[in-house]
Structure formats: C-alpha cells, structure tokens
Unconditional design. Structure first.
Length: 329
C-alpha cells in the first residue's frame, strides 16, 4: 500500500513523506541507499500519523510534530527489516524485502541504523521549542515501547505450533507486538503537544484498542478475496506455524472434525499452499472469518469511544479506528 491509500489524516501525510525522503538521501553512501529503499516508497505511515493526530487532539499544531514523528516510522521499518529476516519473507510492500535485495548481513545493518536514527530524530525535538522535560519523556516512552515490541516478538515466537494458546494470550501478544508502537506514538504526541495526564491516558487506551484491531485485521487479510493489496505473502504465518487470530477464533467454533483439519493445516506436513486452502475452507465453514471481523470491529469501536473526550480534535483518530474495520491493505 502507498500512503495515499490512508484517507484519514491525508492532509498531514505529505510533510511526513518529505521528511522521510530528506532523512536518507540515496547518494551519500550504500547505507543511505539501502535505508532509503527500506523506508521509501512510504508505507501506511500510521504510527507517525497517530503521533501527529494525538498532538492535534490535545491542542497542538500537528505539522510542528512532523519532523519528530518520522522517528516512529524509522523504528517500525527497522523491525520490519529484521522481521523479514527472521521469517524468511522475500516480499514486502509488493517488492523484494531488504535482505532479498541486498543480502542478510547488510539488511541487519540497515535495521540497526534505522533503530539508532529513531532516537537521533527524537532528540531533534529539543531544538524545536518543545520543553526539555517533554522531549526526555518522549524518548523514554519510545524506548520502553521498543522493549515491549521485542517482548511481543518473542511472545509470538512462543505461540508457534501452539494452537491451544487461546485468544486472550494472542491479544496480550498483539498489545505488545503491534500495540506498543501505537501507544508510544499517541502518548508521545500527547506529551509533546502539552496534554494533561488524563488526556495522555485516554490516548494510550485508544492506541491499545486500535493496535489490537490493526493486528487482528492484519491476520484476516490473507483470507480476503484480494490478497494482493497487502503487498506480502498470504502464507507466511502458515509456513511459520503461527496460530493467528482467525485460526484461534476458528478453534473456538470448530467441532472435533474441523479442529483436526485445522491441526493438520498447521502441522507442517502439508505444502504451504495446500495448508492455506484447507485452513481457508475450515475458517469459512465455522464462521470464524465473520466472527473475527466482528471482534475487530469491537476493538475499533472501543478505540473510537476512547477519543470522544477530544471532540472534533479527535475526529481523525476516530476515523483511523473506523478504517481498521474494513481495511484491505
């Protein structure tokens, strides 16, 4: 997906893209060329956009936050570069992953460089009239989120092959793996924007719900009719024997025979394409796909309710939450 496909907050997307392009000029070094390949063309930019809109919600000018907000995209992309190596994925955003194009060793270095530039970029807020205390708190928020993200990644690895882990354990993993950076983006925007403790807490609650909705919907994408728009492999989770959200919902709804078919699809004994077809068939039969979509909507609606206190200033945050319900990217 390109950033232009995200309708909510479209007016604040262009400054983010300009700052991303300026941050890693391709002609300076091979490292810059590879990092630029990783971050551009831009993806959804949902994390920096959330930071800008959180700032707007507490009364700040979101455009003042744009040069700092791209730090969240650097951190996100760094994790994607490393995740693609871990998962062995060769496609990201509809083109070769960084390690597929440049090799594993260079891809690891690119991810490391983007992680470090995350904090270099956050530090620039100190020279942009933001209070020093708010800048320091923002660095702490993002650093803690990075650790939580890593905890979520290891938790996801622990779920591999464990079809009895349950939806509750899955949600805890999603709140760390995906929700952590969403929460950091919203909390950082609220802190730098001068929000009160109550306002920042509301933004954190919003972000946890929308982050879980986002991850749950992400897990549904391989089972939608058009899997090309997500720009990634629809069988990666199956190949890595991960019981994703619709699979866990399916296990809740399955009878004994259907459960055996789900177990077989994730056993590693079938070719991944055959496993995908079998899993798709069972999840459709059980009604798991519709049930999972309903739970995504419940998370998104809870997120939307969390920002009602901001009135019109929270309208874009509410729209982003609504967008997660039907997104196909």
């Amino acid at each position: 997906m390109t950033s232009g496909q995200l309708a909510p907050g479209a007016a604040t997307i262009e400054p983010l893209i300009r700052d991303l392009a300026a941050g890693w000029p391709a002609d300076l070094s091979r490292l810059h060329e590879m990092a630029r390949y990783a971050v551009l063309p831009a993806g959804k930019l949902i994390r920096p956009l959330l930071m800008l809109e959180a700032g707007r919600a507490v009364g700040a000018d979101p455009l003042e936050l744009a040069p700092v907000a791209i730090a969240l995209e650097y951190l996100h992309v760094a994790t994607l570069v490393h995740d693609d190596i871990i998962d062995g994925d060769l496609l990201r955003r509809g083109r070769p992953t960084v390690h597929a194009k440049y090799g594993q060793a260079d891809a690891i270095v690119v991810g490391d460089a983007l992680l470090l530039d995350t904090f270099g970029t956050l530090a620039t807020a100190g020279g942009r009239s933001f209070p020093a205390g708010a800048v320091l708190e923002t660095v702490r928020i993002v650093a803690a989120a990075g650790i939580d993200l890593c905890r979520g990644q290891t938790a996801e690895a622990e779920l591999a092959g464990d079809i009895d882990c349950g939806v509750s354990r899955y949600r805890s993993m999603a709140a760390l793996k995906t929700g952590a950076l969403f929460k950091a983006a919203c909390a950082a925007g609220g802190v730098l924007g001068g929000g009160s403790t109550a306002q920042v807490d509301a933004l954190r609650t919003y972000a946890e719900h929308v982050g879980c909705a986002f991850q749950m919907r992400d897990d549904l994408l391989p089972y939608l009719r058009d899997t090309t728009r997500s720009g990634k492999s629809p069988v990666s989770d199956i190949a890595n024997r991960r019981p994703t959200f619709p699979v866990l919902v399916g296990l809740e709804l399955a009878d004994a025979a259907q459960r055996r078919r789900i177990e077989r699809s994730l056993s590693g004994r079938l070719a991944v394409d055959a496993s995908y077809r079998l899993l798709h068939e069972v999840l459709t039969e059980t009604g798991a796909l519709a049930a999972a979509a309903a739970r995504v909507a419940a998370e998104a609606n809870a997120a939307r309710d969390s920002v009602l206190i901001f009135g019109e200033r929270g309208a874009t945050l509410a729209a982003i939450a609504a967008e997660t319900i039907e997104r196909t990217w």
